[in-house]
Design a binder for this molecule. Sequence first.
Ligand code: 2BA
Length: 146
Amino acid sequence: MISLNSKALLDTPISDFVIPAEKVAHVQIGNSAEHALLVLTKTGYSSIPVLDTKYRLHGLLGMKMITEAILGLERIEYDKLHNIKVDDVMESDIVHLKINDTFQRALDLVINHAFLCVVDEEGTFAGILTRRVILKQLKKYIYQVD
Ligand code: 2BA
């Protein structure tokens, strides 16, 4: 059974907690794997969204996807980086949130995903919701009721 207080939190719209698109590191469709590797290394994030020029969400790209693509039989073939496109190696079948989704849906999903991309009513990328932000809200809630 869900208490009234918990229900209020679970029903809260995620829009209150989204890290806005302009603060999210991303790569674009058509970018080379070399560029993506630079962005991932410089930002320090293990995985970031892939968008197009109209800010539509196409997938996620992580360091592992790039290294796997350039892994030869005996060595890492760095020279391949330039010719591989982000679109060739990204994960395109991704779970995402809509801006009007509730905290409850986000909570269920962050168990298996470190972050979730969020799209607005027009399908444009609005930002991300991270596990960290969700845990912070949960912590706030637990300390208030205890
Ligand atoms: P990871 O890069 O694997 O990061 C895991 C956690 O490590 C992050 O959890 C955060 O607490 C910390 N962390 C990593 N890099 C950081 C950095 N450059 N600055 C500050 N803290 C850093 P969350 O904050 O819950 O993020 C979960 C995942 O969301 C990250 O996984 C990353 O894939 C993505 N992410 C978070 N913020 C992002 C942003 N501004 N742009 C792009 N992706 C972001």
